[in-house]
Design a protein around this ligand. Structure first.
Ligand SMILES: Cc1cc2nc3c(=O)[nH]c(=O)nc-3n(C[C@H](O)[C@H](O)[C@H](O)COP(=O)(O)OP(=O)(O)OC[C@H]3O[C@@H](n4cnc5c(N)ncnc54)[C@H](O)[C@@H]3O)c2cc1C
Length: 230
């Protein structure tokens, strides 16, 4: 897909949790991307300009808008700018970029999606696009956060699960007791990895540890796709 530079105008902006911001930008209808890809957002503050990468949350069939889930880091260059952002503000965007894509050739395999925090964004885009398209195929999402209050869009994943029996949603908490799964995403990898493809997204530790564990279990590297945020 050709890389384009275009303007995105904020149409919705809300905090989903204490530190995750949802941002929806209206963009030209002509922009297209594949689920799992990202764009750069140009941010200028006090004469300093930086390009920051953000995965697209919404599925590509929704044209004319890009949704993002942004972790707000106190003192972060982009984070501080996004905190101040209001409806009607605009940003220069460039994209789409990235090779973290759904493997349509391997649709006989089970697809496992593993993400923590806002790393779930490109995973949701892929799930929303492909779970309905491949009803014979099994999809599993392991979504890790610290506490229950950090489980943003829990309702959306539960709805997807209810509507599509081929999708299983497994939230995992690392810092709270509850009846569900506890620990880190990488503590809950399947016993039997045969016939499975893995998509991993998040910070360095999660991505590297998960890949290492999967390789130890015998998964070939071409069956592990990953995107690192740092
Ligand atoms: C391909 C790609 C896609 C990305 N998609 C997303 C996305 O969809 N949502 C999203 O929130 N981020 C995403 N990121 C990360 C994003 O680009 C920024 O790095 C992040 O928003 C921090 O930027 P900042 O300017 O606010 O902080 P900075 O000023 O760059 O950094 C402040 C400090 O925070 C640390 N830090 C950076 N990220 C995190 C984090 N997640 N948790 C804790 N500490 C952190 C940095 O190491 C640094 O020390 C993506 C990165 C890449 C490479």
């Amino acid at each position: 897909m050709a890389i384009q530079t275009f303007t995105g105008t904020v149409v919705e902006q809300k905090m989903l949790t204490d530190d995750v911001l949802f941002l929806s930008l209206a963009i030209p209808e002509t922009f297209s991307f594949n689920a799992g890809q990202f764009v750069t957002i140009k941010i200028t503050q006090e004469g300093v300009t930086r390009l920051k990468s953000y995965s697209i949350f919404n599925p590509p069939r929704q044209r004319g808008k890009l949704d993002f889930c942004v972790k707000i880091i106190t003192g972060g260059f982009a984070s501080e700018e996004f905190k101040r952002t209001k409806i009607g503000d605009s940003f220069e965007l460039k994209g789409p970029f990235g090779h973290f894509l759904f493997d349509e050739k391997n649709t006989s395999s089970e697809q496992w999606f593993l993400g923590a925090g806002t790393g779930v964004a490109p995973l949701y885009s892929m799930l929303a696009e492909y779970v309905p398209q491949f009803p014979q195929q099994k999809f599993v999402l392991l979504f890790g956060v610290r506490e229950q209050k950090n489980l943003f869009y829990d309702d959306i994943f539960k709805m997807l699960e209810k509507k599509h029996p081929n999708f299983t949603y497994i939230p995992i908490l690392s810092r709270a007791q509850w009846l569900g799964k506890q620990g880190h995403v990488q503590d809950h990898l399947p016993e039997d990895v045969s016939g499975k493809i893995f998509y991993v997204c998040g910070l360095k530790e999660l991505v590297l540890q998960t890949k290492e564990l999967l390789v130890q279990k015998g998964v070939a590297l071409d069956r592990i796709k990953s995107e690192r945020y740092d």
